[in-house]
Design a protein around this ligand. Structure first.
Ligand code: FPP
Length: 267
């Protein structure tokens, strides 16, 4: 990754829910953006190239998004890199994507670290190769004290998988006698979901023209603002991201309340 923002942010031992850096005075920037990076295959096919060419081009847009968030103090960025369902793609494409993840980790982690980015991964690690798991563990260990940007990569991830693993954790604790089943509420459940220490996504972006969530952060996006664009992922640029920010700033978020209550609460 080249020329990211220079402010590395302060390190911290990082306990409980992480407070995102203050985004801007108006508070109208999202604290957490979640993205489905769709359209790599079509981008490549339009150029008469294999789909994997599009995935490689997509890595550039990942860098753009990281820099965009760092420059604006947007504290958390979560990218859907590979879904539980993507394992059903042709073997060659899955292999090429895994190679791309591995090489990207080798290439990018030091620079992300130098820029104060904390990297983490959510998803079913048991499905991944030992080589990728090792690099993921190393990257998480190296960057765990960073605060400038919480960058989460969802690999072999599904929102339903996330809910099931939280259920399993709760059931294990209950079976061991450490948890009273009647004490299970939304907070207890949410605490066992992925990214539970981050603010829930304020803004969901999907490129590529389809308007669906595709089993991304199902629990965490209950009140997330959704924004869709026809732009294919490798074509994403700063102007497009600015459009998403402008649209987000114009939305009235009520969280089930009436407008007057939200104004009173300063939301
Ligand atoms: C969806 O486009 C994209 C993916 C399944 C892979 C996303 C991976 C990258 C952007 C590569 C870089 C990522 C990291 C984290 C290094 P698609 O293949 O479904 O496109 P289509 O809808 O046009 O077929």
């Amino acid at each position: 990754m080249t020329s990211l923002a220079s402010d590395p942010g302060a390190s911290t031992s990082g306990q409980s829910r992480i407070e995102a850096p203050v985004a801007d005075a108006s508070g109208r920037l999202p604290r957490h953006i979640a993205i489905v990076m769709d359209g790599n295959g079509r981008w490549a096919q339009r150029r008469h190239r294999p789909r994997t060419f599009g995935h490689r081009a997509g890595a550039k847009a990942v860098r753009l998004c990281v820099r965009f968030c760092l420059e604006r103090g947007i504290g958390s960025l979560t990218l859907f890199a590979f879904s539980s369902e993507n394992w059903k793609r042709p073997k060659e494409e899955v292999g090429a994507l895994m190679t791309l993840f591995l090489r990207s980790l080798d290439r990018e982690v030091d620079e992300l670290h130098a820029n104060g980015v904390r990297l983490r991964f959510i998803g079913e690690r048991a499905d991944l190769s030992a080589a990728i798991r090792k690099r993921m563990d190393n990257a998480e260990r190296l960057t765990c004290g960073n605060r400038a940007l919480q960058l989460s990569i969802a690999i072999s991830y599904g929102g339903r998988w996330d809910i099931v693993q939280a259920c399993r954790a709760l059931a294990r604790e209950a079976a061991a006698g450490r948890l009273d089943p009647d004490a299970i509420d939304e907070a207890a459940f949410g605490a066992r979901m992925g990214l539970s220490d981050l603010p829930e996504p304020d803004l969901f972006i999907r490129t590529g023209g389809d308007q669906r969530i595709s089993n991304f952060l199902l629990w965490q996006m209950a009140y997330t603002e959704l924004w869709f664009t026809e732009t294919l992922w490798p074509d994403l640029d700063e102007a497009e991201l600015q459009r998403a920010m402008a649209e987000f700033a114009s939305r009235e978020r009520r969280f089930g309340q009436v407008a007057a209550q939200c104004q009173e609460a300063g939301r």
